[in-house]
Design a protein around this ligand. Structure first.
Ligand code: PLP
Length: 361
């Protein structure tokens, strides 16, 4: 039987590798996971959920939505939780774009957007990104009456770049009103720039803007698959109609609530990230490699396109030392590797290996 158009054009998403053959100690810096893990209170809440594994979860994630609404001062009715933000990113094009409609995003944007567009049988449209920063004008130039969804990751993965609040306001203002703008703010908690805004404000004040967030990154709960979206009542209502009725597990809800409440732990994680992001950028630059400025929990490293110091050679060299980075050729960046900020040990192991790689003749 033949899948509907688009499905077989999808290149399956391949996550960051987690094994380096023959190494007892491996530093996995390939998936932007939290090096400090979740709040101990989240782990406790997860364990406590083991007593009710035979019961279906509370389907509307009411307690989790209430906790999010409380922390961010939002209306809980305008929040929907997902099985990771990934689920919500997939559902939005299914709701708003069909065959022949266009889903627009930036050249080096998150890979899930293309998959989500094709899964809805919509046409993915890619705006060029000359400086590895999402280009608002390039997006606007490609918006047509057929454009139904625009995805912007802010900050973007894997480039680490971001758009200012003013730029996103300009994007929203320039798009047709009947086009959904999705601001994917998976890394919002790491950003410390005065001109940045996660998208909450835009989603609150404009008609067709949605912001998505995740518990997979700074909250350290990637295994539990919990994300959320905040948007206009009509969008939230549509998401609630087609999402899985029990899409967020009981343990996931409980752990996410505890994680959301432990602001001190979030602060510790943000401080760890700021310190080591800076350190990694400095030390990697000192090896002669080029590093892109990043506001996330990862850095994009640029290698020579040819010769002995290519991204592929570095990747292999580091793997042999138990350090796993992320190849980003699938993002149109074949000469780059992405490194997540790790533990102190992981960061030091990665830098030592890169120093050794660059000084080898
Ligand atoms: C990691 C990441 C997410 C989070 O996905 P989850 O499904 O919530 O784990 C979303 N968007 C981007 C750009 C990411 O890098």
């Amino acid at each position: 039987m033949k899948p509907v158009p688009g499905i077989l054009d999808i290149a399956p998403y391949i996550g960051g590798r987690n094994e380096a053959a023959g190494h007892a100690r491996v530093f996995k810096l390939s998936s932007n996971e939290s090096p400090l893990g979740p709040s101990p209170k989240a782990i406790e809440a997860f364990k406590a959920a083991s007593g009710s594994l035979h019961l279906y979860p509370e389907g509307s994630a009411a307690a989790l939505r209430a906790a999010i609404a409380d922390v961010f001062d939002l209306s809980a009715e305008r929040i929907v939780c997902g099985n990771g933000s990934d689920e919500l990113l997939h559902l939005l094009p299914q709701i708003y774009a069909g065959p022949g409609d266009e889903v627009l995003f930036s050249e080096h944007g998150f890979l899930v957007y293309k998959i989500a567009a094709l899964a809805a049988s919509a046409v993915p449209v890619i705006a060029p990104e000359p400086n590895l920063v999402t280009d608002v004008d390039a997006l606007l130039a490609r918006a047509t009456p057929k454009t139904k969804v625009v995805f912007v990751a802010n900050p973007n993965n894997p480039t680490g770049s971001y758009n200012t609040a003013a730029e996103l306001r300009r994007l929203r203002a320039g798009l047709p009103k009947e086009c959904l703008l999705v601001i994917d703010a998976a890394y919002a908690e790491y950003v410390n720039r005065n001109d940045y805004e996660s998208g909450l404000e835009l989603a609150a004040t404009t008609e067709n803007t949605v912001m998505t967030r995740t518990f997979s990154k700074i909250y350290g709960l990637a295994a539990l698959r919990v994300g959320w979206a905040y948007g206009p009542p009509g969008v939230i209502d549509a998401l609630n109609r087609i999402r899985g009725p029990f899409n967020v597990s009981t343990a996931g809800q409980a752990a996410a609530i505890a994680a959301m409440r432990d602001r001190a732990h979030v602060d510790v994680c943000a401080a760890h990230n700021a310190k080591w992001l800076h350190w990694l950028a400095e030390r990697i630059t000192a090896t002669g490699l080029k590093v892109r400025s990043s506001v996330g929990n990862f850095l994009l490293i640029e290698f020579e396109p040819t010769g002995a110091k290519t991204a592929a050679a570095a990747d292999q060299f580091l793997m042999q030392r138990g350090v796993i980075l992320r190849g980003v050729a699938a993002y149109g960046l074949p000469n780059c590797l992405r490194i997540s900020v790790g533990t102190e040990d992981g960061n030091k192991a990665a830098v030592s290996a890169l120093e050794e790689f660059m000084s080898a003749t």
